[in-house]
Design a protein around this ligand. Structure first.
Ligand code: UN1
Length: 508
């Protein structure tokens, strides 16, 4: 078997260093943790980590800075975010290159992730002039009742490897215009891109006169995350990652009556109905499964196909999967880059073994792709046909693995879609308006994101992003998601000159 030729790690290291230089990052070299590239699976740099002392200092400084930042008018807080967005535009190539180097995304997707940073920065700048409250009709004469949204405090961000820059940007740009300050613990798998983001924001702060203490980066492991989770000065913990992580974070933050915003696992499904446009369905499904090598929380994991179209769809689907170029994410024609590490490859193998034992049939994929780098993990996206939900189908496997199930009635298809513990994103492919409306209605998909004639992944930042059930319930990004980053005060003013009690109470 011919193996795919990958770039030399020395060349990748030089590319990373050049991007970091252009952004202005001085690499904190050390030997406490290692920046690694999934392209070859090898280390790029040894780094110094942040210990307990740095974590404490960062939280204390973020809290101190909050006390003044909250008094800066919101449109002025928008200035730092506007400048940050400009710097991201200037360094679009550098950031995208670092994302490819450290997260293994193909070029187009790495550029897309940086675009998502720009989009949310634009959104947050506009929001800085729109932090509106409501004026509410009072039941008492001569009284005015109004809501005001105030800055909340320190926001602790715990982010994952798969969107190492965009998810931080969603949280940070909105937190900053809301008057909060940020302490960020990124994934240990993506320290370089985190250093780059931190540096660009620090430059934006320097240039716009915002205090340096509005943002703190902590390069650390689980203990660092736990310190944020347990510290009362951290008003909101916004955590993206596995349901397992969320199960520990949520109750711990709640135990101290802190707030959490959880973006956890998905087990996203798409229903293909008899009226679906199959060409459109195919290309949407292929991206949703194989994009980012199946490592998005919104990746498509289950395809629920009507029995009348399954025989037509499946051969076309497997052929499309077999044509997918897997390999070096820097190569122009590659569509599927590496998995972040060998662990998801192992998880995918295990899932395939379990589903096969349960009667599933692998239609294509699942094999590791041979390359010139021993420690890298490249895999062919897989399609498995299975008759119903077995336990492994109801779990999230963070890899390009699609289970295909069949259905006869829409009701049955919706029941299957909802019969998983997670509730992030769902799609239906149909030209039947009635079916589409039912799918989006109260008896339809129980997910936070519901799509008609498009795939489950690739949401725009303007909408509220997040999901129900074991996905954690949090909403980030657009719409009114900013409310999570502020505290609401309901104020009542009596200008009547008399005492009037609510609920018609007379107390004399
Ligand atoms: C994630 O995988 O954690 O909707 C976020 C999408 C992207 C964000 C995914 N905009 O697929």
């Amino acid at each position: 078997m011919t193996s795919i030729v990958l770039p030399a790690t020395d060349d990748l290291r030089a590319r990373a260093r050049a991007c970091l230089d252009r952004i202005g990052v001085v690499i904190p070299e050390g030997d406490e943790l290692y920046a690694r590239t999934p392209i070859t699976g090898e280390d790029l740099f040894g780094l110094k980590g942040s210990g307990a002392t740095e974590t404490e200092a960062a939280i204390a400084a973020a809290h101190d800075t909050f006390l003044t930042w909250r008094t800066t008018p919101a449109p002025r807080r928008g200035d730092v975010v506007r400048r940050f967005g400009d710097l991201v535009r200037e360094h679009h190539d550098d950031l995208a290159e670092l994302i490819t180097l450290e997260a293994g995304k193909i070029r187009a997707e790495a550029y897309g992730e940086v675009q998502e940073m720009i989009d949310i920065a634009d959104y947050a700048v506009g929001l800085s002039r729109q932090l509106y409250g409501r004026v509410i009709a009072s039941e008492r004469p001569g009284h005015r009742m109004a809501e005001t949204w105030h800055p909340l405090g320190v926001v602790g961000i715990i982010s994952a490897f798969n969107f190492p820059a965009a998810v931080w940007s969603w949280n940070t740009t909105i937190a900053l215009v809301c008057g909060d300050t940020v302490v960020w613990k990124p994934s240990e798998q993506t320290p370089l891109i985190s250093l780059a983001c931190d540096r660009l924001l620090a430059r934006a702060a320097e240039e716009t006169g915002a205090p340096a203490g509005i943002h703190h980066l902590l390069i650390g492991g689980q203990e660092t995350g736990e310190a944020l989770v347990d510290d009362r000065r951290v008003a909101l913990v916004s955590a993206t990652g596995s349901t397992r992580m969320g199960r520990s974070v949520g109750p711990r933050v709640a135990a101290r009556f802190g707030r959490s915003l959880l973006e956890l696992g998905g087990n996203n499904a798409a229903i293909v109905t008899p009226s679906a446009d199959l060409d459109l369905t195919l290309s949407a499904v292929v991206f949703a499964v194989a994009g980012t090598a199946g490592q998005r929380c919104t990746s498509l994991r289950r395809l629920i196909v009507h029995r009348d179209v399954v025989d037509e769809l499946l051969p076309r689907l497997t052929a499309a999967f077999e044509r997918l170029p897997v390999g070096d994410p820097f190569a122009e024609d590659t569509l599927v880059g590496p998995l972040i590490s060998p662990a998801p490859l192992e998880a995918m193998r295990e899932a395939i073994a379990r589903v096969t034992q349960d009667g599933g049939k692998v239609l294509t994929g699942g094999e590791q792709v041979a390359t010139t780098a021993e420690s890298a993990a490249y895999v062919r996206p897989a399609v498995v046909r299975i008759d119903g939900h077995t336990p492994v189908v109801r779990e999230e496997t963070f890899a390009p693995l699609l289970y295909v199930l069949t259905y006869d009635s829409l009701e049955e298809a919706i029941a299957l879609q909802n019969d998983v513990p997670q509730g992030l994103s769902a799609s239906i492919f149909t030209q039947d308006q009635r079916e589409a409306e039912i799918f989006m209605s109260a008896v339809g998909a129980d997910t936070g994101l519901v799509n008609v004639n498009l795939g489950t992944s690739g949401a725009e930042v303007g909408g509220a992003f997040g999901g129900e059930k074991e996905t954690g319930g949090g909403r980030a990004c657009g719409s009114d998601a900013w409310h999570a980053y502020m505290r609401r005060s309901t104020s009542v003013v009596n200008y009547s000159g008399e005492v009037a009690l609510a609920q018609n109470i007379s107390f004399s």
